[in-house]
Design a binder for this molecule. Structure first.
Ligand code: SAH
Length: 214
């Protein structure tokens, strides 16, 4: 694995930037300092890997901005041993952050080419979530319930299947919006039939796509 002192230095600076933007959770910052983000994007764009920006990963998709990854992870209140479903595997970077925090990660991707790539790449650098090729709108009913669910693409509304697959007391973090800007929403399931939502600022994600849009 090509991870040099220069890369490590750039990661330290990135962590400082994310800290300045308001994230002070030590475990999350340590994960970001450890994970070699430059390996998640095409090697000809190395200089962009440690800027706090999203970046294209092909097929019209992006690796999320590091600050956004940190913020969504913080909203999830991850505890060691949590069983977490991620909708939108993409590059696999967010899944690695969750694994670093000691979660068991079940990650779903609907674009076959990205799925095929990530399920070889992540284990090659030592990260082993469970990979699923499928439609995140449906979740993973066979593996439910989950302690936490994170959606990393913009959804027009909160998918009911995902709420159903959450444990009571569990948290779903999802960017909700019909256009290209979404409201980061933290949903806590308060009983089998009720949930509370909290709005946590505006973000910009690629849209969560229905299977028929493939
Ligand atoms: N978490 C990713 C960010 C990926 S961008 C990372 O860390 O890199 C959003 C991803 O969601 C894309 O890979 C896209 O293909 C995927 N996606 C979009 N709609 C989906 C759906 N209905 N089910 C599962 N994945 C979906």
């Amino acid at each position: 694995m090509n991870d040099t002192y220069r890369h490590k230095g750039l990661r330290k600076k990135l962590v400082e930037e994310i800290k300045r933007k308001g994230i002070d959770d030590k475990a999350i910052l340590t994960a970001i300092e450890k994970i070699p983000r430059h390996l998640f994007i095409d090697s000809s764009f190395l200089q962009f890997a440690y800027q706090d920006n999203p970046f294209p990963i092909g097929h019209g998709q992006t690796i999320s901005q590091p600050y956004t990854v940190a913020f969504q992870t913080w909203l999830l209140k991850v505890k060691r041993g949590d069983k977490i479903m991620e909708v939108g595997t993409g590059s696999g970077y967010q899944a690695c952050v969750l694994l670093e925090l000691g979660a068991k990660v079940f990650t779903v991707e609907r674009i076959k080419a990205l799925f095929d790539k990530v399920k070889v790449f992540l284990p090659s650098i030592g990260y082993e979530p469970r990979f699923f090729f499928g439609d995140g709108y449906q979740g993973l009913p066979t593996f439910a319930p989950f302690d936490k669910i994170i959606v990393t693409a913009g959804a027009p509304s909160i998918p009911t299947a995902l709420i159903r697959q959450l444990k009571v007391g569990g948290i779903l973090v999802i960017p909700v919006g019909k256009n290209d800007v979404q409201v980061m929403t933290s949903v806590t399931k308060t009983s089998e039939t009720t949930y509370e939502t909290k709005e946590c600022g505006m973000f910009r994600f690629v849209p969560l796509l229905y299977d028929k849009e493939k």
